[in-house]
Design a protein. Structure first.
Length: 116
């Protein structure tokens, strides 16, 4: 069973950047993704990266601002977030995903807060 631990969240001003990290243990040779949940809203998909293709896919609201990457040797997944705005405020979760895009397991999440 895969265990995921996110880090790198924090408080940043609008226009700023953060880099989230996800440390994985266990079998991680699968599609990995990031999701987020804002207060009062449902958890939503943000980005995913395939294995071994490394093909990436993003939700429209973060295209051109966020970049997902992975280092399989270190069992790490990253989310570089640039040009942050208050609408990006949420708890961000790392996930192992199925080949069809369904999340299979989650980390505990890391809080990202963007002030205006």
């Amino acid at each position: 069973q895969v265990q995921l631990v996110e880090s790198g969240g924090g408080l940043v001003q609008a226009g700023g950047s953060l880099r989230l990290s996800c440390a994985a243990s266990g079998r991680t040779l699968s599609t990995m993704g990031w999701f987020r949940q804002a207060p009062g809203k449902e958890r939503e998909f943000v980005a995913r990266i395939g294995w071994p293709s490394r093909i990436t896919y993003y939700t429209d609201s973060v295209k051109g601002r966020f970049t997902i990457s992975r280092d399989d040797a270190k069992k790490m997944v990253y989310l570089q977030m640039n040009s942050l705005n208050p609408e990006d405020t949420a708890i961000y979760y790392c996930a192992v995903m199925s080949s069809t895009g369904s999340p299979l397991s989650w980390g505990q999440g890391t809080q990202v807060t963007v002030s205006s």
